[in-house]
Design a protein around this ligand. Structure first.
Ligand SMILES: NC(=O)c1ccc[n+]([C@@H]2O[C@H](COP(=O)([O-])OP(=O)(O)OC[C@H]3O[C@@H](n4cnc5c(N)ncnc54)[C@H](O)[C@@H]3O)[C@@H](O)[C@H]2O)c1
Length: 424
């Protein structure tokens, strides 16, 4: 197959880096998004994702990357790669509407010989149960006219050790010809492509990876609570266990799960497993432990203030780090925000500091009319309590330790104990 023009549909945290990689490898890249602000910024050579620089977008644009909201241009692409959101709905069930809407918008413009790849994380069967019939209804034969694959994205935003090119990529095809086309496409831009026997195997691979993380984070969060009762530092224990050269993988506890993947993806499998009469107990249990963590942290905050004759009500609390993990600007499902809400609900006055998120953005569930507080000796000392929720590298932890009245540390930042530092 000849791939000249690559269409990337959905230009978010997954789609944009992928588009940049194809442009870097010399392909003409055409990006599609329903949010007009994104094509606009791309065409102006600007990035809207903080860990991706304007220069990277501008360079890709100079190499032939452009973006549009006009889906009729999908016929220009030899491959269409779908990277749209797969959230949960209000009943915590899969919301495939983005994937279905995208597919429906592309259908009128599909042409023979194109490859369609779904990258959004989803339940095994989505590609052959939802996409394939819709494509075939338009008179195409999948495997002959259109090549259809599932290839899950593996992205670790903010991790400088890996790039899109160096992260091995799993691909499954609906037919062997589809798989061959998928391997050929990704082989042009990814160092190592890992073919598997079906789109379903590819989808379950991604879910296994994320469920593995969710379950192990749940385990270590439970261990943290036990360690706390026993007055043992869980981070010291993890550091010690990590010296075992085999059979142990460190996972770190925190104030709860965040991001678009780990708190959400496992429940795509839970939902689909019901069709097969299977109850996914590990997933549910990990979800229960992890989602209880913000409440547990609030309990530790209440105790820490109580020990100083104070209550949450009426206290000024500064939350450090509101992105869901360090060194990124992504706030989706961030436990920091849930903590802010819980504390405010109990009567605290909340402020936050996060150089990655200068202004509190509009969110579906939460609203705070706040801007990031600059950290100075005076500003730090002005709060009754400083809560370390996300441990960005840019924070000056020594300065914080020196000037804060009371610190609650959920990330194991401070290895040495001090009277004004409480681990949570
Ligand atoms: N963010 C990650 O680290 C990560 C890692 C691995 C997998 N994933 C998966 O990749 C998928 C995309 O995630 P993301 O983080 O890039 O999401 P995102 O929200 O950052 O980006 C999705 C983009 O799709 C656009 N979009 C929505 N509906 C559309 C439509 N009908 N047509 C075209 N564009 C549309 C949105 O405007 C947005 O720009 C999800 O399934 C996610 O689970 C994400």
């Amino acid at each position: 197959m000849n791939f000249n023009t690559i269409g990337i549909v959905g230009l978010g945290y997954v789609g944009l880096p992928l588009a940049l990689r194809f442009a870097e490898a010399g392909f003409k890249v055409l990006g599609f998004d329903i949010d007009p602000a994104k094509p606009q910024q791309i065409n102006d050579g600007k990035s809207y994702i903080k860990h991706i620089g304007d220069d990277a977008v501008a360079l890709a644009v100079a190499r032939g990357f452009s973006a549009t909201t006009d889906f009729s241009r999908a016929s220009e692409a030899d491959a269409l790669i779908i990277c749209v959101p797969t959230p949960l709905n209000q009943y915590r069930e899969p919301d495939l509407s983005f994937v279905i809407n995208t597919t429906e918008s592309l259908l009128p413009y599909l042409r023979k010989g194109q490859l369609v790849s779904l990258e959004s994380t989803t339940w095994p069967g989505t590609t052959d149960e939802e996409l394939q019939p819709r494509i075939e209804q338009r008179g195409f034969v999948v495997g002959e006219d259109i090549y259809l694959v599932f290839s899950p994205e593996r992205e670790d935003p903010g991790n400088a050790n890996f790039t899109t090119r160096t992260i091995p990529k799993v691909v499954g095809g609906v037919t062997p010809a589809c798989l061959d086309a998928g391997v050929a496409l990704y082989g042009k831009v990814i160092d190592k492509v890992v073919p598997v026997s079906s789109t379903r195997a590819a989808a379950l691979t991604k879910l296994l990876e994320n469920i593995h993380r969710a379950v192990n984070i749940g385990l270590v969060n439970e261990m943290k609570i036990i360690a706390d009762k026993m007055n043992i530092d869980i981070f010291e224990v993890i550091r010690a266990a990590s010296t075992k050269p085999f059979g142990f993988v460190p996972y770190y506890p925190g104030p709860g799960l965040g991001g678009h993947c780990i708190p959400i993806d496992p429940f795509y499998l839970t939902w689909k497993a019901r069709e097969y009469g299977v109850h996914t107990r590990f997933i549910e249990l990990a979800g229960e432990v992890n989602s209880a963590m913000p409440q547990w942290v609030v309990g530790k905050i209440a105790d820490a203030l109580n020990d100083r004759q104070k209550s949450i009500k009426g206290s000024n609390i500064l939350v450090l780090g509101i992105a869901y993990k360090k060194n990124v600007d992504d706030m989706r499902e961030s436990p920091s925000v849930e903590l802010m809400e819980l504390l405010q609900h109990k009567g605290a006055t909340i402020a936050y500091s996060d150089p990655w998120v200068p202004v509190f953005p509009k969110m579906r569930r939460y609203h705070f009319d706040l801007q990031s507080v600059a950290l100075t000796p005076q500003s730090i000392a002005a709060y009754d309590l400083v809560l370390i929720a996300t441990n960005h590298d840019v924070f000056d932890y020594q300065l914080i330790k020196q000037h804060a009245k009371l610190i609650v540390d959920t990330r194991g930042v401070y290895q040495d104990s001090a009277p004004h530092i409480v681990r949570a």
